[in-house]
Ligand binder design. Structure first.
Ligand code: ARG
Length: 460
């Protein structure tokens, strides 16, 4: 018989049991469910709502159930619906009437959101830890490449020379913000919903603060309807995770392009690439592609969650059971991608020579020719036009700007002197850009030092 079977004359159809049941996917919250129930039972005992010795027996038995689950000795049942009722049922099977006192002053509606919060806060810490690893890897790789000059792009057209370190450190900033966003998301998640009951709180003199303290929550929900209806925190996490994937997908896309024969800026390690079943010469960046692809599924989960929650009347509705598969899948996917991504970039081999050659083409130093003229006193717009004409000329002559003779330079403006050659060398172009945030070697080295200090300050 069901734990709620009292008002029913008939058993549920087995099709409905299967359909309704969430144990297939919510069993993963068993630790949180037990932890929450133990804190609830303890509080019930201390507040005199149930006898103290019953509270003790419930807690000891829940601890035993937890140990048995971890040893694989417990079988969950579809018709006990979800993790909450499965554990309660096992408790009652073991200690009978005493176990029946546990659910006093509590509903599955406040219980489920408690469990999700506890579970996801743990997952946030795990994802943050993985992102922290990635940040450390990016600083290590950057230290090795402050002299590795490469073309920076806009519109995927060569734009201005930068270094590989500067490029890597751009991603450092993105993933750093991702960590910050996750911490912020956790702050709003870290609120105890227990005590909201089914929707209207409860008549028992519960001590919500005691439960919050026992479970380590920073605050208590301030409205019982909101306490059971809110899934903002799930959506916020799905959105943070979507941004992590978006950043990974951009990085992966670049690595895929860079691994192409046409670019050859980077070679993936054999251990992080795959071959073709038909074309013997192939070495494909499958890992990067799969991460790029999995981004779609995390966005899909975000959309699914937004759509599920759209227009739901207060308070709890069974629709909300759909929150778990989507958010679990989003978390699992990010946790799958991050470690393999870190390994992939740690083992890949950048080709500094190809990158340098890449920076030599495409007039990446054209801005610096204009800047040279500006420093000789020309207004920037005029300098821009002069250099535009020079580029046009170079394209027809099939020359780079630094290959023009002084006589050619003088045709465009008499102010040019031999100093131009030094001023537009790729090294100079990079190292003159020393403003905070720029690609100059010393600036990037400072940025890396600063980045390491920021990593050290990251809290859990
Ligand atoms: N398995 C349910 C869920 O995940 C638990 C809450 C059920 N509450 C209810 N009133 N049916 O949402």
């Amino acid at each position: 018989m069901k734990l709620w079977g009292g008002r029913f004359d008939k058993a549920t159809d087995s099709l409905v049991d299967d359909f309704n049941s969430s144990i297939r996917f919510d069993f993963r919250m068993y630790r949180e469910d037990i932890k929450g129930s133990m804190a609830h039972a303890d509080m019930l005992g201390k507040c005199g709502v149930i006898p103290m010795e019953d509270a003790k027996l419930i807690q000891v038995t829940l601890q035993e159930i937890l140990a048995d689950i971890e040893l694989g000795k417990v079988e969950f049942e579809i018709d006990a619906e979800d993790i909450h009722m499965n554990i309660e049922k096992i408790l009652i099977d073991r200690i009978g009437d005493v176990g029946k006192r546990l659910h006093t002053g509590r509903s599955r509606n406040d219980q489920v959101t408690l469990d999700i919060r506890l579970y996801l806060m743990g997952e946030i810490d795990t994802v943050k830890g993985m992102l922290k690893e990635l940040l450390a890897t990016l600083t290590t790789l950057s230290e090795q490449h402050t002299d590795t000059i490469m073309p920076g792009y806009t519109h995927l057209q060569k734009a201005q020379p930068i270094t590989l370190a500067h490029h890597f450190m751009a991603y450092f900033e993105m993933f750093y913000r991702d960590i910050d966003r996750l911490s912020d998301c956790k702050k709003r998640m870290n609120v105890l919903p227990l005590g909201s009951g089914a929707l209207a709180g409860t008549t028992y003199p519960l001590d919500r603060q005691m439960v919050a303290d026992a479970l380590g929550f920073d605050a208590i929900t301030q409205n019982s309807l909101d306490g059971v209806s809110d899934r903002d925190f799930v959506l916020e996490l799905a959105s943070c995770l979507s941004l992590v994937m978006m950043h990974l997908s951009r990085f992966c896309e670049e690595l895929i392009v860079w691994s192409s024969h046409e670019f050859s800026f980077v070679e993936m390690d054999d251990a992080y690439s795959t071959g073709s079943s038909i074309m013997p010469q192939k070495k494909n960046p499958d890992v990067a592609e799969l991460i790029r692809g999995k981004t779609g599924r995390v966005y899909g989960n975000l959309m699914a969650l937004l759509t599920t929650m759209k227009s739901l009347p207060l308070a709890y509705n069974k629709d909300m059971q759909e929150d778990k598969e989507a958010i679990f899948d989003a978390v699992d996917t990010v946790k799958l991608c991050l470690p393999v991504f870190v390994k992939m970039i740690e083992t890949m081999k950048p080709n500094a020579q190809k990158m340098y050659q890449g920076a030599q083409g495409g007039f990446t130093n054209a801005t610096d020719v204009a800047d040279y003229l500006v420093k000789q006193g020309l207004p920037f717009r005029e300098a821009h036009e002069v250099v535009g004409k020079m580029v046009n000329y170079c394209i027809r002559q099939q020359k780079a700007l630094d290959q023009l003779t002084m006589a050619e330079y003088k045709q465009f403006h008499e102010i040019f002197t031999d100093a131009i050659y030094q001023a537009i060398s790729l090294e100079q172009c990079v190292n003159d850009r020393k403003l905070i945030g720029g690609p100059a070697k010393q600036t990037v080295l400072n940025a890396i030092d600063n980045a390491k200090a920021r990593i050290a300050l990251l809290t859990k």
